[in-house]
Ligand binder design. Structure first.
Ligand code: G4P
Ligand code: NA
Ligand code: NA
Length: 193
């Protein structure tokens, strides 16, 4: 998506360690007009798919998922990160390992909000190693719902997540795929799609 790529070029900041900071428009301060265009693009890409629910994960996925949901006319469910050791039987739960934060956390979704009749689009801001996404996929599978696909704002194409998830036969649409970054010059290289 050209609009997102241009915005990343203009306002994204390349940090050492292959980290792309986009907190002025995507995951701290949020540009809602940009989110609307992203939502329309997800809708265009998934036109014709019987999606009745969007699933995301707190925190940064929520804003993008909510604006996208206005074009799909479906509710958004967000998976909650929790510390609680005593998980009751009313929730689907999975463990997610964060490489960035070097820890493992439990993620839950109430069984009330996902069931075998659901056709789910999973949305998130970043796809890097794919751990968050694997966790969300795990939760949808335990519910018996169908995964229609995944919508990502920014995929870091040089990390393993994209190949990993597509390798499972799951459709992944990323609005911008970054294939490389140069922290010295600030350049960001996008994959042609
Ligand atoms: P993974 O889920 O794809 O395996 O990612 P990883 O563990 O490597 O990343 C952990 C967190 O860092 C995730 O957010 C992910 O979205 C984010 N992230 C990964 N690479 C980048 C990057 O280059 N730039 C930015 N800005 N974020 C990146 P999170 O901790 O789950 O949460 P939240 O921010 O949504 O609360
Ligand atoms: Na995220
Ligand atoms: Na994030």
């Amino acid at each position: 998506m050209k609009l997102l790529e241009e915005r990343i070029r203009k306002d994204g900041i390349v940090k050492p360690g292959n980290v792309l900071k986009v907190d002025s428009f995507l995951n701290h301060q949020m540009d809602i007009e940009l989110f609307s265009e992203m939502g329309k693009e997800f809708k265009r890409l998934y036109e014709g798919c019987p999606i009745n629910k969007i699933l995301t994960i707190e925190a940064s996925g929520i804003g993008i998922a909510c604006i996208a949901a206005q074009y799909f006319h479906v509710p958004v469910v967000f998976a909650k990160k929790t510390q609680s050791i005593n998980l009751d039987g009313d929730v689907y739960s999975t463990k997610i390992q964060s490489f960035t934060h070097r820890r493992i956390y439990d993620v839950i979704v109430s069984k009330k909000f996902l069931s075998p009749e659901d056709h789910v689009l999973i949305i998130d801001d970043f796809l890097a190693n794919g751990c968050a996404l694997e966790g969300l996929i795990d939760i949808v599978k335990s519910s018996g719902a169908t995964i229609e696909g995944v919508g990502i704002a920014i995929e870091k194409g040089f990390q393993k997540g994209g190949d990993l998830i597509r390798g499972k036969g799951i459709r992944v649409e990323s609005l911008a795929i970054v294939d490389g970054m140069n922290a010295e010059t600030g350049e960001v290289f996008f994959r042609e799609q």
